[in-house]
Design a protein around this ligand. Structure first.
Ligand SMILES: *Cc1c(COP(=O)(O)O)cnc(C)c1O
Ligand SMILES: [Zn+2]
Length: 411
C-alpha cells in the first residue's frame, strides 16, 4: 500500500499527482511529499522498525516509494560513535559522530538520497537517469544506476577532484565536465531535463530524492535510544540535508516514536569561500545572496543553494546558528578528527568539525548539551586537499629504524 497522497507545493499548497517534476508550476517553489501520517502511524512502531534489516528501508513508510526497492540494500545504518577524545579536544562533554563517511556503496551520505531517487526513476519507468553534481552525488548516482541497470548522464564542474571523477566513470556512466562552477552545471542540467525524458535526481526527481536525507535523522534518534539530540552540526551545500534531518526528527515525534520531544537546535556549516546560507543567517534573513565559490570544500561549493531559503529558516526557527571556516581551518578539522577519532573525512567533514570547534568556542554550542556532528563524506576522495611530508625511507636495517624514530617526525 502507498503512504503518499501526492506532491504539494511548500509555498502555495497546490497539489500534484506523483510524477517527475522539478517544482511548483505556479510559484516555482520546491514540492514536498504529501504523506498520509495517519496510515503511517498505524503501520510503524519502534518494534516494527527494530525487526527489519539494518539499512535505510527500515523506515520505508516514511520514504516515497510505491514498490519494493531494487537498489540501496546496503545504504544507511551507519555508525553513531561516541567521540570522547574529540569531545575533550573541543571542550564539551557529550559528543557523537554520525559517520556517513562509511556509507555504502559510495562512501558519502548521498547514498541515502540516491537510493530513493533511482528506485523512483525505475517506478516511473524512466529510460535513463542523471544529475548535476559537486562529486559525491555523481559517484552515488553512477553506482546505483549501474546496479539498477539504467544508463546515467552525469554533469560535473570541470575542476572536480580526480578520485571523484574516476569513482563515477568506473560504473560506466557518461560523465560530462562543464566549463563553469556548479551553478552553471545545474542550470544546464535543468535545460537538459526539459529536453530529454530522463530522471535527473536533483532536478525533476528532487521532491523524492531529498526525502532520503531524513534517514540520517531517523538513525540518529534510533541510535540514541529513541531520543532527539540537543544539537546537530551539519555541512550545507544546497541546504537540503540540514532541513531533512530536522524534518525526520519532527516526524518521529509526531508518530510518537520518541522519548521526550524534539528541542533540537540545527547548526549549519559552510566554507568561508562559499557561505551564502551562513551569510543569510547572520543577517537574520532567509534571503540568499548567491556567491561565486572559491574553496577546497568542493562538495559544498554551491553558490546559489536550491534549499538555502528553507535551510536558513529551519536553522533560525530551531534556535540554532550557522558558521563558516577558512580553508586552513578545514584542513585542521580533517586532521583533528583523524588524530582523535581515527576517522578520515573529506573536506566537507573538515568544515563540520572546524565549525563545531568555532561554535563551542563562541559558546553557541554548550558544553553540557548532547551534540551530534554530521560527517558526510570520506577523506580518500579529496586527498588533493591534504599535503603531508612524505614518509621517511630507510634501508631494511634495525639500526636505521631506531635512528629514524629517535628523531622527531617532520609534520
Ligand atoms: C552534498 C553534500 C553535503 C550537503 O548536502 P545538501 O543537502 O546539498 O546541503 C554535505 N556533505 C557532503 C560530503 C556532500 O556531498
Ligand atoms: Zn506553489
Amino acid at each position: 500500500m502507498s503512504f503518499i497522497n501526492g506532491l504539494k507545493c511548500r509555498e502555495c499548497g497546490r497539489q500534484y499527482e506523483k510524477q517527475p517534476i522539478a517544482g511548483c508550476e505556479d510559484c516555482f517553489a520546491p514540492l514536498e511529499i504529501d504523506y498520509n501520517y495517519t496510515a503511517i502511524s498505524r503501520a510503524l512502531s519502534r518494534e516494527v522498525i527494530e525487526s527489519r534489516p539494518k539499512n535505510l528501508w527500515r523506515y520505508r513508510e516514511l520514504l516515497p516509494l510505491d514498490s519494493d526497492p531494487v537498489v540501496g540494500q546496503s545504504s544507511g545504518a551507519t555508525p553513531l560513535v561516541r567521540a570522547e577524545r574529540l569531545a575533550r579536544a573541543l571542550g564539551v562533554e557529550t559528543l557523537f559522530i554520525k559517520n556517513d563517511s562509511v556509507n555504502s556503496p559510495t562512501l558519502s551520505f548521498k547514498d541515502r538520497v540516491t537510493a530513493v531517487a533511482i528506485n523512483k526513476a525505475r517506478e516511473f519507468g524512466l529510460e535513463a537517469v542523471g544529475c548535476a553534481s559537486t562529486g559525491n552525488l555523481a559517484n552515488s548516482v553512477a553506482a546505483n544506476a549501474a546496479a539498477a541497470g539504467l544508463p546515467a548522464y552525469i554533469l560535473i564542474p570541470e575542476n572536480l577532484e580526480q578520485s571523484k571523477v574516476i569513482a563515477t566513470q568506473i560504473y560506466g556512466a557518461r560523465v560530462i565536465a562543464v566549463r563553469g562552477n556548479y551553478d552553471d552545471v545545474n542550470r544546464l542540467c535543468s535545460e537538459i531535463a526539459d529536453r530529454f525524458p530522463w530522471g535527473f535526481v536533483n532536478v525533476n526527481l528532487r521532491p523524492f530524492y531529498g526525502e532520503g536525507s531524513k534517514t540520517f535523522g531517523y538513525e540518529i534518534a534510533e541510535q540514541l535510544g529513541w531520543r532527539a539530540p540537543a544539537a546537530v552540526v551539519v555541512p550545507m551545500a544546497g541546504g537540503s540535508l540540514v532541513t531533512k534531518i530536522y524534518k525526520g526528527l519532527k516526524e518521529f515525534e509526531r508518530l510518537g516514536l520518541l522519548e521526550g520531544d524534539v528541542a533540537t537546535r540545527m547548526f549549519g556549516a559552510q566554507a568561508a569561500g562559499c557561505n551564502p546560507i551562513v551569510d543569510a543567517v547572520r543577517r537574520a534573513s532567509n534571503n540568499i545572496r548567491p556567491v561565486k565559490p572559491a574553496t577546497i570544500a568542493k562538495s559544498l561549493a554551491i553558490g546559489n543553494p536550491a534549499d538555502g531559503y528553507h535551510a536558513a529558516e529551519i536553522i533560525q526557527q530551531s534556535r540554532g546558528w550557522a558558521e563558516d571556516v577558512t580553508d586552513e581551518e578545514i584542513i585542521d578539522g580533517i586532521r583533528l578528527l583523524a588524530e582523535t577519532e581515527g576517522i578520515f573525512t573529506e573536506t566537507a567533514g573538515g568544515v563540520t568539525v572546524a565549525v563545531a570547534r568555532k561554535l563551542i568556542a563562541e559558546g553557541r554550542l554548550r558544553r553540557d548539551e548532547l551534540t551530534v556532528i554530521a560527517i558526510t563524506g570520506n577523506g580518500l576522495k579529496t586527498q588533493e586537499a591534504i599535503e603531508l611530508a612524505p614518509p621517511a625511507v630507510i634501508e631494511p636495517r634495525l639500526a636505521k629504524f631506531v635512528e629514524t624514530v629517535s628523531r622527531p617526525a617532520s609534520a
